[in-house]
Design a protein around this ligand. Structure first.
Ligand code: 6GU
Length: 230
């Protein structure tokens, strides 16, 4: 999978993309990531990427020219399955959406800032708009990093244990059961006996029961099938 990211803060990705799973997926050649600084596509001498909103009002708007130039340059090199704009008024990211995006070959993630981007970019270039939750971030960068993490870990071969992404919370619309590791007793606090029993079927049943119990208590809407757009 190839991911192009368009941003005015390229350095914001240095941390998340050089650690852990994302770093490993790039090293294994399963994912390639290119970060594009939108300012490299400005034609004015101040390298500005935003301007006042027509009609007035507070807040700047990201200009169409550098965005169009950047997107078109990328499109000349590759065919994209999706050109995604990260925006608080997009569709809420959930596991199903992450699963679907993880099957694509080439995508662009466009990070917005200020009051938004010129609407004509959304009309003519963007194919999908994603929000990561009902709160406002300063920009789309952290949201883009979240999207990348959620999809990269699903690409076959990225996780060591092929089954581990499938047993994630949400993958079967259930939260994960509690887990424990050594020591079996800490300050008198004990690990449930069943997990030490070695009885595979009973352990599986216990985990299913606990997963269901936890989901009912914390996220009952997952069981009712309406896990999005609350
Ligand atoms: Cl994608 N962008 C911004 N700026 N804020 C958000 C968001 C995205 N998703 C939730 N809040």
């Amino acid at each position: 999978m190839h991911i192009d990211i368009i941003t005015i803060f390229p350095a914001m990705f240095e941390g998340p993309f050089t650690q852990s799973i994302i770093k490993r997926s790039v090293e294994k050649g399963l994912v390639s990531l290119d970060i594009h600084d939108l300012r490299d596509f400005t034609k004015n001498k101040h390298r500005s990427v935003d301007d006042y909103a027509y009609g007035g009002g507070a807040g700047m708007v990201m200009m169409i020219e550098p965005l169009a130039d950047c997107i078109e340059e990328l499109k000349n090199k590759r065919d994209y399955d999706e050109i995604i704009f990260l925006t608080p008024d997009g569709n809420l990211l959930d596991q199903e959406m992450a699963n679907q995006i993880s099957t694509l070959q080439n995508i662009i993630l466009l990070c917005g800032h200020y009051k938004g981007i010129d609407e004509r970019v959304r009309e003519h270039f963007i194919t999908r708009e994603i929000s990561i939750g009902n709160y406002v971030l300063s920009g789309g960068e952290l949201a883009a990093a979240v999207v990348v993490d959620s999809i990269v870990r699903l690409i076959p071969g990225v996780l060591g244990d092929e089954t581990s992404a499938l047993s994630d919370s949400f993958q079967d619309k259930l939260l994960s059961p509690p887990v424990y590791t050594r020591p079996a007793k800490f300050r008198g606090w004990e690990v449930p006996d069943i997990l030490l029993s070695g009885h595979e079927r009973k352990i599986h049943e216990w985990r299913m029961e606990k997963a269901l119990e936890r989901t009912k208590k914390r996220r009952p809407e997952l069981l009712e099938g309406n896990n999005n757009q609350k």
